[in-house]
Design a protein around this ligand. Sequence first.
Ligand SMILES: [Zn+2]
Length: 365
Amino acid sequence: MKSFLRKAALVAACAAGILSAPTEARAWTGLEGPPYPVWGILPVKFYVNASTFPPEIADTAQQRLVDGFGAWATPECTDFSTQLLGDLPDGTWNSNDNKNVLLWINKPDPWPLELGPVDSVIGVTLPVWSPDGDNMIISDADIVFNNVGFCWYDSITNPGGNCVGGSPVDTLSIATHEEGHFLGLGHTDVAGSTMEPFYDGGNAIASIEQDDIDGVCALYPPGSGIPSCNACTTNAAKTECNGLAMGCNGQCVGIYNCEASCPIAKTPADYKACLDACKMQFPDGVKAYEAYAGCICNLCSKSCPIECPGDSGAGGSGWGEEPEGPKIEESGGCGCSVEGQRGKLGALAALGLGLAAIARRRRRR
Ligand SMILES: [Zn+2]
């Protein structure tokens, strides 16, 4: 599958002459399209590389990066949101590794030639997207800030900055602009917008304006934050539930094989008795399966309402709350219905790679 790479640069005020060229105002744009590239799953997770924060703003840089994203998540007409996962000291910008890293490049390192002129490009966002059905889905985006050709300050804690001889740029302003690219916006011609391509100094673009709001709300309207059940469970199995998935990988095969051996043709009562016997025989497998299924359901109850009824995931499905013990076959809960995968042992064997395929199936009744 082909990926596309787009570099979006915020160009310094030295190019302001271009601004005066008479152009017809063009409202917000996407990175390309339509279809506009967007993230498929919210919140979008990101890291910072704190070791790269310029000394002048080291104390507040992380907060400003979070604040910038917060501005985009604030309008009521959008579901866009992000989540800071933490510091990634070895995080770099030149990789498509599904880790979204925000970092600075500092002297004495050179500003990479491929990112544009060192004295005019303040920041670059590098989103990667590819087709997914009718949609364009962003899978990776890093943001690189230029502390080689510019002097960074914090307009909130140090309004004047301490820049001597360097062109001062406000952290929150530049962050907010680049984070607009990160979420999928291109440049706009609407004067005063954060997504105008040129920075005139100061902190006027630290807050987003109507055209910016129109853009983020068009890309992420209410409801867009709910991924498909498949996407949610796959993502959950690779991230928050990965440890439990791996645990189940080692523990669940026994009960899977046992339950798969319960003949379908028997009466429901016989079938249930067989399943109960399996659960007695493989209590550790039941536990591991429950833990994994509960994790999936907690994260995906909105995406998988049939598989995970109720808002509270595991609890809402009654998972693990039955006084007489686990009820995998009756959970109705997030699949984890071993028997729903009858004849598909491969799916379980490949647990670490994608047990999610199991987790979204309901038991065959
Ligand atoms: Zn830009």
